[in-house]
Ligand binder design. Structure first.
Ligand SMILES: Cc1cc2nc3c(=O)[nH]c(=O)nc-3n(C[C@H](O)[C@H](O)[C@H](O)COP(=O)(O)OP(=O)(O)OC[C@H]3O[C@@H](n4cnc5c(N)ncnc54)[C@H](O)[C@@H]3O)c2cc1C
Length: 389
C-alpha cells in the first residue's frame, strides 16, 4: 500500500518545515541538556506553536488532522537533525486514548487544550517494578469510593511526569483472579498531575543512562474523580492497546532518523579523516558497515511506511507496527555502532555528539516493548505458532 503523490508532497513540505525549525536547536543545545539532565522546554514550545505536536489531533479539536504517516515524518526529521524527540513524542500519541475512548465531554475538555499546548499529556503509566512486560499482572489498584477512585501502588520508568499536566495510567479495578480473561479488570484513568503530586502521589526522578526524564511513582490513596475514567471500567487494557501501534510506528520513525543521522555523520567523517595518507572512507573495511547500515535503514523505513499507511487507512497493522519498530531499532543501533567505529577514539568525545545518540537509540530495543516480545508476537499471531506464555 502506497500513499498518493499529494500525500508524499505534503509530507515532504512538513519535513522541510521541521528541518528548518530544528536548525535553531543544534547539537550543542541537545548536548547541554543531556549534560545537565534538563528538559528541552524551548524546543517543545516551538514545536507545539508550529502545530507539529498536534499533528494527530483532528481539526475539529484544534489539531492539524494529519495521519501517522506525516507524524512519523516529523519525528524522523527531529532525530535526523541530531535532536531527541523522545522528550516529547508522547504528546503526539497518548492523546489517541482520549480520542478513541474518551466521551465527547472528555474530548472537548482535553483535546483543544492539548492541541494548543495549554495542557501537556506527555505521560503514560503502565510499567511497574515487579510487572514490566507482563502487564496484566500489574499490582496498582483503583478502588471506587463514591464519585471518585482511590489509586494505590507503584509505577516505574514513567517518562516526562515532571513535564506533563496529565497522565494516562492503567490500574486494576478487579483483581486478576476474579476476571474470566486476564486482560479484563484493568481500567485507564486520566490523572491531573498538579492536583495529586504531593497529595498522595510521590514522584522520584530516576538517574538514567539517557536524558529521558523517567520517574518512579508512588500512589498512596491518590484520589481521582470518577469522570476521569477513560473508556469502560474493566476494559482499560483495550484503551492502552489501541495506542500501542501508533507508538511503535512513531518510535520506529525516530530510529530511522537516528540511523540516517549516524550514516550522514560517519560518511562525512570518513571522507575527511586521513590515516596512512588517504581518507579512511577509501577503505572497504570502513565503507561496508556504512553501506550495510544504509540498506538496513532504507528497508526499515519502507516497513514504517507500510505500517503507517495501514494505520491511516484504519486497517489492522499490529504485525507491521511491531516489525517496523524491531527492524528500525536494530538498524539504528547497528548504524550507531558503525558510526562509532568510523570515528575511532573521537567517537567517545562528547563534543562529537555520537555517543549521546548512541545511548538514546539503544533504548528502543527495550522500550516501549522489547525485541523478544515482538518476536513472540510475530511467532504467535503471524506464524500461528503455539503461545509460549
Ligand atoms: C528510559 C525509559 C523510559 C520508559 N518510559 C516508560 C513510560 O513512559 N511508561 C511506561 O509505562 N513504561 C516506560 N518504560 C518501561 C519500558 O516500557 C519497559 O522497561 C519495557 O517494556 C520492558 O519491561 P521491563 O523493563 O520490566 O523488562 P522485563 O519485563 O523484566 O523483561 C526483561 C527482559 O526479559 C525479556 N523477557 C521477558 N519475558 C520474556 C519471555 N517470555 N520470552 C523472552 N524474553 C522475555 C524481555 O524481552 C527483556 O529483554 C521506560 C523504560 C525506560 C528504560
Amino acid at each position: 500500500m502506497h500513499q498518493s503523490v499529494e500525500k508524499t508532497e505534503q509530507a515532504n513540505a512538513i519535513r522541510e518545515g521541521v528541518r528548518a525549525l530544528c536548525k535553531g536547536f543544534d547539537e550543542d543545545y541537545w548536548l547541554k541538556l543531556d549534560r545537565n539532565s534538563q528538559y528541552p522546554t524551548e524546543f517543545v514550545q516551538e514545536l507545539t506553536q508550529s502545530g507539529y505536536l498536534s499533528a494527530l489531533i483532528p481539526e475539529e479539536y484544534g489539531g492539524a488532522g494529519l495521519g501517522i504517516y506525516e507524524a512519523a515524518a516529523i519525528l524522523e526529521e527531529i532525530s535526523h537533525s541530531g535532536g531527541h524527540p523522545g522528550a516529547c513524542h508522547a504528546q503526539m500519541y497518548v492523546m489517541g486514548a482520549v480520542l478513541r475512548h474518551g466521551t465527547e465531554e472528555q474530548k472537548q475538555q482535553y483535546l483543544p487544550k492539548i492541541a494548543s499546548g495549554e495542557l501537556r499529556l506527555q505521560s503514560f503509566g503502565i510499567t511497574e517494578p515487579s510487572t514490566g512486560t507482563d502487564t496484566t499482572n500489574l499490582k496498582t489498584t483503583a478502588t471506587r469510593d463514591g464519585d471518585r477512585y482511590l489509586i494505590n501502588g507503584q509505577k516505574v520508568w514513567i517518562s516526562r511526569v515532571e513535564h506533563s499536566d496529565l497522565m494516562v495510567i492503567l490500574a486494576r479495578t478487579t483483581s486478576r483472579g476474579k476476571c474470566k480473561k486476564k486482560t479484563d479488570g484493568m481500567s485507564a484513568f486520566i490523572v491531573d498531575l498538579p492536583d495529586v503530586i504531593g497529595n498522595g502521589l510521590t514522584v522520584q526522578p530516576i538517574d538514567a543512562m539517557i536524558n529521558h526524564h523517567a520517574c518512579e511513582l508512588f500512589f498512596d490513596n491518590v484520589s481521582v474523580p470518577a469522570e476521569n475514567l477513560l473508556g469502560q471500567e474493566g476494559k482499560g487494557f483495550r484503551v492502552v492497546l489501541d495506542g500501542m501501534n501508533a507508538e511503535r510506528i512513531l518510535i520506529a520513525a525516530e530510529c530511522v532518523g537516528d540511523g540516517k543521522y549516524f550514516i550522514d555523520k560517519a560518511c562525512a567523517y570518513a571522507r575527511e579523516r586521513e590515516v596512512f595518507g588517504r581518507p579512511i572512507g577509501q577503505n572497504q573495511g570502513v565503507q561496508f558497515p556504512l553501506a550495510r547500515s544504509f540498506a538496513e535503514i532504507e528497508a526499515a523505513s519502507l516497513m514504517v511506511e507500510k505500517a503507517a499507511n495501514l494505520f491511516d487507512a484504519g486497517q489492522p497493522c499490529g504485525a507491521e507496527a511491531n516489525m517496523a519498530k524491531m527492524l528500525a531499532s536494530e538498524a539504528s543501533w547497528r548504524a550507531g555502532d558503525a558510526c562509532m567505529q568510523t570515528h575511532g577514539g573521537f567517537a567517545f568525545a562528547k563534543e562529537y555528539h555520537i555517543e549521546r545518540k548512541f545511548r538514546e537509540t539503544r533504548l528502543y530495543q527495550i522500550a516501549p516493548i522489547s525485541t523478544n516480545l515482538i518476536l513472540s508476537y510475530i511467532s504467535e499471531h503471524v506464524l500461528d505458532l503455539p503461545r509460549s506464555f
